[in-house]
Design a protein around this ligand. Structure first.
Ligand SMILES: C[S@@+](CC[C@H](N)C(=O)[O-])C[C@H]1O[C@@H](n2cnc3c(N)ncnc32)[C@H](O)[C@@H]1O
Length: 367
């Protein structure tokens, strides 16, 4: 598969929300609520004080955060400071305001509805913000909170369903509709991209391989979609995991590659999987995704003792988990994959949430 549809055809494939003009205000409100909740907890717990600057490690210690979540506290502080909500004081941070901010979580229902999320998302976010201290201390986890409150895996995955991800999944489906010889989906999880492909084609192509690092998801996909599945870890060479090199004409990876310990190494593994001239199509958040800092990002902390996503690449410097667009360009170049396009365009309302779809190609002749 060497020919892709025109960029315009891919842009046209993206479903558009009925009220795109509502997106900027809804996103700004969501971020403000999320950051206010984080700031309030840091102030109430006296982790962040006015008198003296504390570095991220000292704030995490004062909050009693579990070591595996310390990176996240660091990102909280970096984002709060970047938004002018706290003061950077030498190597540390101080609170700026006398009082803790009010947190208008009752507004989350309307905000999430405007962004195209399912109704349960506001409740999930409220649940997380209401248990921020326990989450940071590892006294509970997000899955546990959801299950204890009568929810299930689909409720936990609600954050992956919205206008922005629907647009990117539709482009993935459009590319699978070209009938590349072998499609391998990485980190396919709850199968939102798989479902978009199925909706576009009526059925999954027979040579579609659904993979994930977790058997939970491959088993669920076998039941739901009757699809071939395999366990596949992006941090390991696919050849060691039973995959033939050069066997995929198209690799899909939506919202998964940030989990890599080393992004260049993971992309190099994907290059091994790709046939000459094959396509890698992946979506990623390209900023700190401030709205999820007090909720879903707890899921990105490694198990105790395991390496943190990004700890083997340039993200380690700042404790980030998400690379920006320039970072992904560098990583793709480092892995010998050529960028074809990055969608949506910067000025598209569907780009506002900070998610991008990268389309990259393996060399025609393997080096
Ligand atoms: C945010 S979910 C995205 C799921 C799906 N692609 C979607 O967009 O709906 C991330 C997925 O990556 C998987 N994952 C995490 N680390 C991985 C790894 N090292 N190798 C492969 N998959 C991984 C998780 O199990 C999870 O299913």
């Amino acid at each position: 598969m060497t020919l892709l549809p025109s960029q315009q055809r891919l842009i046209d494939a993206m479903p558009r929300p009925a009220a795109p003009e509502a997106l900027p205000a809804a996103l700004a409100r969501l971020e403000a609520i999320s950051l206010a909740a984080i700031l309030r907890v840091l102030i109430e717990q006296r982790a962040l004080v006015a008198e003296t600057g504390r570095d991220a490690a000292a704030v995490a210690a004062a909050l009693g955060a579990a070591p595996r979540h310390a990176w996240l506290i660091g990102r909280w502080l970096a984002v709060l400071a970047a938004r002018g909500l706290i003061v950077r004081d030498g190597a540390g941070y101080r609170r700026a305001a006398e009082t803790a901010p009010e947190v208008a979580t009752e507004a989350l229902d309307a905000v999430y509805a405007a962004l195209g999320f399912p109704p349960g998302m506001a409740g999930l976010h409220r649940l997380a913000l209401g248990h921020l201290v326990d989450l940071a201390r590892d006294r509970t986890g997000l899955p546990e909170l959801v299950f204890r409150n009568g929810g299930d895996l689909a409720d936990l995955g609600a954050y992956q369903r919205n206008h922005f991800t629907a647009a990117l999944n539709a482009i993935c489906a459009e590319l699978v509709a070209l009938r590349p010889r072998r499609v391998v989906e990485l980190g396919a999880g709850l199968g939102h991209t798989t479902e978009a492909v199925r909706a576009r084609l009526g059925a999954l192509p027979p040579d579609y391989l659904f993979t994930d690092v977790s058997r939970l998801f491959t088993l669920a996909a076998e039941r739901r979609h009757g699809v071939d599945t395999a366990l596949l870890d992006i941090d390991r060479d696919p050849r060691e995991q039973g995959r033939a090199p050069g066997s995929a004409a198209l690799v899909l990876a939506t919202n998964v590659l940030h989990n890599a310990v080393d992004a260049v190494r993971a992309l190099t593994h994907i290059r091994t999987l790709l046939a000459p001239g094959g396509w890698l199509v992946f979506s990623e958040s390209v900023d700190d995704s401030a709205a999820t800092l007090g909720a879903m990002q707890f899921l990105l902390s490694p198990a105790p003792g395991a390496p943190r996503p990004g700890s083997g690449d340039e993200r380690a410097r700042e404790g980030r988990v998400f690379l920006d667009t320039a970072g992904w360009r560098r990583a793709l170049e480092g892995a010998g994959l050529a960028i074809h396009s990055i969608l949506p365009d910067e000025d598209d309302p569907l780009a506002l949430a900070g998610q991008r779809l990268f389309i990259a190609q393996a060399p025609e002749e393997s080096a």
